[in-house]
Write a protein that binds this ligand. Structure first.
Ligand code: SF4
Ligand code: SF4
Length: 555
């Protein structure tokens, strides 16, 4: 009996789990492939940088690509061999694009580097544990592949009281977490304790759906045998999408993650159960993340089952190990039928984020019927776990009114596909939302680019004007300094020179006056110049006709 109080979230749907085929078969270890492929891009964003070159021999567990950026965890070789190439190869991504990958030809020996674990992790500080987790290349194994050390670091600036381990595997067909909890329950529980220590949190809630009896039994057994009183096992109802991070937090705690916020804002950090096991392996055993459990299933594969496979294994090898394709095989989907994406080929590698290889038969999955016009029934809004209005988002997305769609919280959509599932008109709503998000992001980048260019231009102008002002200021200062530094003798000399120049100019002006030349040479005492020497005498007609000589200007 579940004595833990649970809350409900809005919407959600009950789905046919389709988990029996892969869940019933025993977990198998995948064969060592001849070739391993490691894309340098692990999430959307920057690539890791290779630290090996073609021709290099590498060992299992050796770092082959890393980066100084803490958001980019290192990549490790998952077996020994020789680096054959670093080249562009198709990526397991919805875009279908290629990216730079390291290709290793395995040698069949599977020789590993020396792993050194630390069972006494309690002596380590949270920062040391986060570094350990980063160096082991651990990312969220629930599908998002977000770097685990970064998620754990969110707890350093906020008080985290609860760690949630997400074992609510709510998507149909996928059973890899069920298998992990059944076979590696102790690793998961020990991983929970390490994560709790790293977060300095008080309790861990381990959520498992009530339709996973084997996992529940294994966990209960392990908990009875060990010291796990800080971990509480909680059965949650198998309603899709209970395993969504925000929905699970609501179900277990009643708390709501604020829009644009993260769980740490409300004192919670959520990790996938596979991530917890990977943390245990990294910290206690010293093993980096080089393998994961993946579900291979669908009507298009002969023997659906879970495989413990090396990261980098080609998908074609994994399908072959499950008996190969049936004649029904039509679609290859990575992830589940609700949130997964189609890929055009199986010549792609298994990455840390791939939890399921779904080979679907004809009409096995939703979204394959001819869409009809929207009848505004509102079923999509009733099913939406985020309380959105999918029909409005669809309308704005379709008519390219992206800003309006953003106003209607387009980016809050978790692409769970509940609206698609219930739509009586079979409209592929999520496809429209993904496309609208892509357009909105492209527009935002465009705006940021032009804003950046504008700011650059303005700052260049401001710099030029400042330089001009500085130059003028400096010239002014120089002039003042020069004036102030002139000695009195120099000033007198300058004055004398000015006076001389003025006298010369006056003399020249008088010499050039033709009337002045005609005047008789003065003799006797009258030759002495008097102030009124040039004045006209009364009664002298000749004198009165002489124009008055102008006084020379003295500067
Ligand atoms: S469920 Fe489909 S038909 Fe009904 S309102 Fe939503 S989009 Fe329209
Ligand atoms: S896909 Fe988006 S809009 Fe549709 S139900 Fe899920 S969260 Fe709501």
């Amino acid at each position: 009996m579940n004595l833990f109080k649970l809350w409900n979230f809005h919407g959600g749907v009950h789905l046919d789990g389709q988990k029996q085929e892969s869940g019933r078969a025993p977990l198998a270890v995948a064969r060592l492939p001849e070739r391993l492929i490691f894309p340098l891009q692990q999430r959307n964003g920057e690539d890791s940088k290779p630290v090996v070159a073609p021709g290099d021999r590498v060992l299992k567990g050796q770092a082959i690509a890393c980066d100084d950026n803490p958001v980019i965890p290192p990549i490790h070789a998952s077996s020994s061999g020789v680096v054959r190439a670093i080249e562009q190869l198709p990526l397991p991504h919805p875009s279908g694009l290629s990216g730079l990958c390291i290709a290793i030809e395995t040698d069949g020996e599977d020789v590993a580097t020396a792993f050194s674990g630390n069972p006494g992790y309690r002596q380590c500080s949270p920062a040391e544990l986060r570094r350990n987790i980063h160096e082991a290349g651990i990312v969220g194994l629930g599908g998002a592949a977000f770097p685990t050390s970064i998620k754990m670091a969110a707890g350093t600036s906020r008080k985290v009281d609860t760690l949630i381990l997400n074992g609510a595997e709510c998507e149909p067909y996928i059973t890899c977490d069920d298998s992990l909890l059944t076979h590696y329950s102790e690793e998961v529980l020990e991983g929970a304790k390490i994560l709790l220590h790293s977060l300095q949190a008080e309790r861990c809630l381990l959520a498992v759906e009530d339709d996973m009896p084997d996992a529940l039994t294994a966990l209960e057994k392990a908990m009875n045998c060990g010291d796990f009183e800080t971990v509480q096992l909680v059965r949650v109802p198998a309603v899709y999408p209970t395993g969504g991070e925000k929905q699970l937090i609501k179900v277990l705690t009643g708390r709501e993650v604020p829009a644009r916020g993260i769980p740490a804002d409300i004192g919670i950090v959520c990790q996938n159960v596979g991530t917890a096991a990977a943390v245990y392996n990294a910290v206690v055993r010293g093993t980096p993340l080089i393998s994961r459990i993946v579900t291979v299933t669908g009507r298009g594969v002969k023997r659906p089952q879970n495989l413990l496979a090396r990261i980098g294994t080609p998908l074609s090898d994994l399908v072959r190990q499950c008996g190969g394709y049936t004649s029904e095989a039509e679609r290859l989907v990575l992830g589940g039928p609700m949130m997964g994406f189609d890929v055009p080929t199986d010549d792609l590698p298994l990455t840390k984020s791939v939890n399921c290889i779904l080979v679907a038969g004809r009409n096995e999955l939703i979204g394959e019927k001819q869409p009809l016009p929207c009848i505004r029934c509102g079923a999509c809004a009733d099913a939406c776990p985020v309380n959105l209005l999918p029909q409005q988002l669809y309308w704005y997305g379709r008519s390219d009114q992206i800003e309006r769609a953003v106003d209607y919280k387009l980016f809050d959509c978790i692409e769970c596909g509940c609206c698609d599932y219930v739509c009586p008109s079979h409209i592929p709503l999520v496809q429209y939302f993904r496309a609208a998000k892509g357009k909105a992001i492209a527009k935002r980048r465009e705006r940021e680019k032009s804003e950046h260019a504008r700011l650059r231009f303005e700052s260049r102008q401001a710099r030029k004007e400042q330089e001009k002002r500085d130059r003028e200021e400096s010239a002014k200062r120089k002039k003042l300094t020069l004036g102030a530094s002139k000695a009195p003798e120099i000033v007198e000399a300058i004055e004398r020179a000015k006076l001389r120049r003025a006298e010369k100019a006056g003399q020249a002006s008088r010499n050039s006056d033709p009337t002045a030349k005609k005047q008789p040479e003065p003799s006797g005492p009258s030759a002495v110049k008097s102030p009124d020497a040039g004045a006209a005498e009364p009664g002298s007609a000749e004198r009165t006709s002489v124009p008055e000589a102008k006084s020379p200007k003295i500067d």
